[in-house]
Design a binder for this molecule. Sequence first.
Ligand SMILES: NC(=O)c1ccc[n+]([C@@H]2O[C@H](COP(=O)([O-])OP(=O)(O)OC[C@H]3O[C@@H](n4cnc5c(N)ncnc54)[C@H](O)[C@@H]3O)[C@@H](O)[C@H]2O)c1
Length: 155
Amino acid sequence: MTKLFADLSGKVALVTGAASGLGKEIALAMARSGATVGVADLNLEGANSATQQIREHGGRALGVLMDVTSEGAVNAGVDDVVKEFGSLDILVSNAGIQIVSSIVDFAYADWRKMQAIHVDGAFLTTKAALRHMYKENRGEWSFIWAPCIRTLHRR
Ligand SMILES: NC(=O)c1ccc[n+]([C@@H]2O[C@H](COP(=O)([O-])OP(=O)(O)OC[C@H]3O[C@@H](n4cnc5c(N)ncnc54)[C@H](O)[C@@H]3O)[C@@H](O)[C@H]2O)c1
């Protein structure tokens, strides 16, 4: 199978929103390239299923329950990954939702919800990951912020 990533042997990655869709595919592709993967999502059952898939192919992974809008949950989830695997080198902040609506009909509450997941989630996961990365000082880190807001269209 084609590898999306370079050799990631020895690297530990955390992927959020990894129970399904793009996040799951990124987690599986990173594992195929040798990374150990923290598979984080609101949907723990889905995260555990992706984890199982990685393990069945000989990879190392941990399913993590994480709501990226909760600072406590993000810190705890990142701590769990580092405790299990000893380090963190790569963060893929992918968790997101899509609400398609014309702006005039777009509920402000939905806008705030999307901002919380996409923007606050990227901030909180980056902050939590950097706490460990700075401490470990392994010198080479990667960040990917995946979701884009694609909600404006004409009626
Ligand atoms: N699929 C596409 O073609 C596409 C294109 C452009 C942008 N995007 C964006 O990329 C993101 C992922 O898209 P997808 O198609 O994989 O969606 P998806 O719904 O299949 O996956 C999103 C995952 O994020 C998780 N999630 C949602 N809120 C969360 C939270 N608060 N904390 C933790 N996990 C949470 C969900 O449980 C789900 O597993 C979305 O933001 C989407 O808008 C997708």
